[in-house]
Design a protein around this ligand. Sequence first.
Ligand code: 13P
Length: 260
Amino acid sequence: MPRKPIIAGNWKLNKTVKEAVEFTEGLKKVICNINRAILPEVVIAPVFTSLYSVNEIIKGSNCIKLSAQNCYWESSGAFTGEVAVDMLKEVGCSYIIIGHSERRQYFCESDEMINKKAKAILASGVTPIICCGETLEQREAGQTDSHIKSQIEAALKDISEEDISKSVIAYEPIWAIGTGKTCDSVEANRVIKMIRETVKTIAGDNAANAIRILYGGSVKPSTIEEQMSQSDIDGALVGGASLTVESFAGIIDGCMKVKA
Ligand code: 13P
């Protein structure tokens, strides 16, 4: 069965509640009339404070799905400042992004923490979007594949084949994030194939064929068609270009041109 593409917008630390609501109403008008059979899975990841209001707009429409940008692995207790998976589920999240390079870099998230988050997310029936990617130094030192392989092995440690097959991975080379320097599509596809091979070794053929692996890093309406034409790229995790309806809808449109 072909894998359903995903176009996900990671808003990072952007948009007030008012701005998030305006965006969501605008996007809904543009994409919700499109035949669901050709529309990719469209996901938006606002900041925590906007999740409830955004969900009020999209619930029931089934054309836009909601993601959080982070979570904690415990369900309650003395963990000041954290948000539990079930709380995110309660406000409509069906996805949670984990292990983004910005969280690893600025908030000291380790592979072990990311594995705990992945397990907690899957235990609640939510889908993790597990990010991985190399720095420019690692790429130049020829360590891209070994680094990513170890990030994936650590993130998926002790997770069942069934849960792995439902998960999503995003390959985001750090040097391509927010820089305008998109990774060459053929190279992105090569790394993504390598990630799929790694999943195959861990969880077998079925999981490797089912798991969706996205590319992220300076994705724009002008790059998406070439990216989606690659054999193993199942969609995009978009930062900057997901912040206006026009460019995000342009990316969704480009995806449909190739995959519909
Ligand atoms: P940009 O699309 O702004 O490069 O960000 C990519 C990203 O980090 C998405 O998670």
